[in-house]
Design a protein around this ligand. Structure first.
Ligand code: 4AD
Length: 455
């Protein structure tokens, strides 16, 4: 074919291009630019080639006409090939649509890396109907898709917004260790490891370390990976997740509840006002309505009444009674039915952790809170902490934990104890709620869960 012989040449007489990112195209209309990216979509037709180029900051329609469209190099282009394109940004003709309302009229381009065609083509590797397990094997490729990359962009905005919130509240960021020799949330989900021959664990929560920082730095937070050897497969449990945790000194339980709802409302507000992330949330979750203050507050015993009145049963298939854990399915049924965020408080001592402070007016229950969101359930767990050394030692005893390894944590109660409390927020869970994802796996870059540690 004659067209196949055409080669692409650079016109050196054109003005020197300005190297830009796609997100800035609107500022360069009429100018000659140079853009680097990957072919997201490709449409070849007689006399025209349309490339949707992606560079991580946006999408841009690139139009090749005449000899460029018919050249061998163009006819053999493939989706996911990387390119450098040169050309002039122009407003779209009336009645046409493309991302950003502009297109690039290409006057030259170079192929950096040609992706395979045929059976190894990107589209063959990433089919919509592919087995979810295979898709997880190809996570590195699946991440390039519009949905997963959008969730990851929202994730970055959420983490940025969380950091901004803490900065505004004068809460200092710290980085506790991930390799530890203490447990926080029960021995059954500990990942054990050999630390130069000594027994150690991957951290379940940085809470205990945050508590020790209070007298040194005041209120503190961290955004750190936490690890849980969760044996069961659920839509909201990962083996590794990004844990946002904060700890505050000289606060009351009411202060803690007020703080948690303020954090959620402010973080969502900042994300939704961000032109990129806000638009992505609306795209992923068109029905999303930002929550308003104050959140509904419900005590554990009131939740039991609700569950029993609504015919929801406990894990043994019986009506709920005091002391029962409200498991995932029941919790979600209640939260979805009520349909608004719920601060569920005052859980019984027996079903909560060793460090939780008992309520002064009812020692059967603790100053504890879970924040429940429709469609996901619990996204945050927190409590006031026991500030008295002897009471804390009783907690260790109740849970069968040897306090010896916790001397540094106990010292917090000896050297100037104070009322304090904090919480942990699961990044993937808040994202599952915000981005309307069925599972938290969609909200983690490379999800880890039982049976999956690759790629
Ligand atoms: O309720 P959790 O276990 O509480 C703690 O770890 C406290 N020590 C935190 C603190 O007070 N500093 O976990 C807190 C949150 C949960 O509400 C949930 O959002 C998330 O961490 N989470 C998980 N997310 C994904 N996969 C898992 N396996 C998770 N386990 C907890």
């Amino acid at each position: 074919m004659a067209a196949m012989k055409i080669t692409i040449t650079k016109d050196e007489s054109l003005p020197a291009p300005k190297k830009i990112k796609i997100r800035n195209i609107a500022q360069h209309i009429g100018e000659r630019v140079e853009i680097h990216g990957w072919i997201h979509r490709l449409r070849l037709q007689k006399g025209h080639a349309f490339i949707i180029l992606r560079d991580g900051t946006g999408f841009l329609q690139c139009v090749l006409t005449g000899e460029f469209a018919n050249a061998y190099q163009t006819l053999t282009l493939t989706v996911e090939s990387s390119l450098t394109v040169f050309g002039t940004i122009s407003k779209l003709p009336e009645g046409k649509s493309a991302p950003g309302g502009v297109e690039l009229i290409v006057d030259y381009y170079e192929v950096i890396g040609l992706a395979p065609s045929g059976k190894d083509s990107f589209t063959n590797k990433i089919q919509e109907d592919i087995d979810p397990n295979l898709l997880l094997d190809r996570r590195h490729l699946a991440l390039r898709g519009e949905t997963l990359s959008a969730v990851m962009k929202v994730r970055a905005a959420v983490l940025g917004s969380v950091r901004r919130f803490y900065q505004d509240e004068a809460i200092t960021e710290v980085t506790p260790p991930c390799m530890v020799q203490t447990q926080v949330e029960g021995g059954s989900t500990l990942f054990k490891m050999s630390y130069y021959g000594e027994e150690a664990f991957l951290t379940q929560s940085s809470q205990l370390y945050l508590e020790t920082c209070l007298p040194a730095l005041g209120d503190v937070y961290c955004i750190q990976e936490s690890f849980r050897a969760e044996k069961s497969h659920t839509r909201r449990h990962l083996s590794e997740y990004t844990h946002i945790e904060a700890e505050m000194a000289f606060i009351s339980f009411e202060d803690l509840l007020d703080h948690i709802e303020k954090l959620i409302v402010k973080v969502v507000d900042v994300v939704m006002k961000d032109p990129v992330a806000g638009a992505l949330v609306k795209q992923l979750n068109p029905g999303f309505v930002a929550p308003k203050l104050p959140f509904k507050r419900l005590q554990y015993v009131e939740a039991l009444d609700w569950l029993n009145e609504n015919g929801v049963q406990n894990e043994e298939g019986n009506p709920f009674k005091f002391g029962d854990d409200i498991a995932e399915a029941a919790e979600r049924k209640m939260t979805d039915t009520i349909g608004v965020p719920i601060l569920l408080t005052r859980f019984p001592v027996e079903i909560k952790s060793f460090y939780m402070k008992k309520c002064a007016d009812d020692p059967r229950v603790t100053e504890s809170v879970d924040l429940l969101m429709p469609t996901v359930g619990e996204i945050t767990g927190g409590s006031m902490r026991i500030s008295d050394k002897d009471e804390l030692l009783e907690g260790f005893k109740r849970e069968g934990i040897d306090p010896a390894g916790y001397y540094w944590f106990i010292d917090q109660r000896i050297y100037g104890t104070c009322a304090h409390g904090g919480y942990g927020l699961g990044t993937e869970r808040i994202l599952a709620w915000l981005c309307n994802r069925f599972t938290v796996k969609d909200c983690s870059l490379y999800p880890r869960f039982a049976g999956r540690c690759t790629p």
